[in-house]
Design a protein around this ligand. Structure first.
Ligand SMILES: Cc1cc2nc3c(=O)[nH]c(=O)nc-3n(C[C@H](O)[C@H](O)[C@H](O)COP(=O)(O)O)c2cc1C
Length: 207
């Protein structure tokens, strides 16, 4: 898989696993770094958003992009939303792949669909494009415990160069808040796709 210096166009896919606060913080950081962001959500992501976020996601993809882009101070056109079956999205074609895709949070269902190349939704198709065109693909799976099915699928994805990055907080940086825990994982994701951030000092650097 390609390892870039930086990612200008990032596809952020949110699926129906718990962990949407990670995705929102990631979006915030991508916008702040000047990235162009294409958003895709699964149907289940909207059901989970209604339960774990203060505000539910608007049903329409364009309204969702406008709402979240506005919340995080995006420039006009910086964040675009795409319908989950929009096969005409530019990055659905291998001729126009994104620099990077992050599936955050990723369900075991979407994980299975990606490793089996189903391409039955824009999320699955874009992941397939990233794998075949050797673009950065970071998957943030959230499930516990993990079955042998999911573990096997993650191994196969890792062998293809996909980064499997579970939201596993560390404690050596002495987190004080939930936001600190979220930032730890988001920093790791940004590092993987070459997007600069200053979420916290790196181990071994001055704090
Ligand atoms: C509140 C809630 C939390 C869920 N959390 C997870 C989870 O952490 N991981 C997971 O794999 N599935 C989780 N699910 C189940 C998925 O949403 C469900 O399997 C869905 O079909 C996944 O579809 P998607 O991959 O298209 O988003 C959760 C469902 C709900 C309602």
């Amino acid at each position: 898989m390609r390892r870039t210096g930086s990612s200008e166009h990032v596809v952020l896919a949110m699926t129906g696993a718990s962990g949407l606060p990670y995705a929102l913080r990631l979006l915030d950081c991508l916008i702040a770094a000047g990235c162009r962001v294409s958003l895709i959500t699964s149907k289940a992501a909207h059901a989970v958003a209604a339960l774990e976020l203060d505000q539910p996601f608007p049903a329409r993809h364009d309204a969702l992009a406008a709402e979240l882009g506005g919340r995080f101070g995006a420039a006009e056109g910086q964040v675009k939303g795409f319908a989950r079956q929009d096969w005409t999205a530019p990055f659905a074609s291998g001729s126009n792949p994104p620099d990077a895709m992050v599936v955050c949070p990723c369900t075991t269902g979407t994980l299975g669909a990606i490793i089996n190349g189903l391409s039955d939704s824009l999320i699955e198709r874009t992941a397939d494009v990233c794998i075949k065109e050797r673009r950065d693909l970071v998957i943030v799976p959230r499930e516990a415990p993990l079955s042998a099915i999911a573990l096997g699928q993650m191994t196969r994805l890792a062998e293809l160069g996909v980064v499997i990055l579970p939201p596993a907080p560390a404690f050596y940086h002495r987190p004080q808040t939930i936001e600190d825990l979220i930032d730890f994982t988001v920093a790791r994701i940004l590092d993987q796709i070459g997007v600069a951030h200053s979420l916290h000092a790196r181990w071994g650097d001055e704090g």
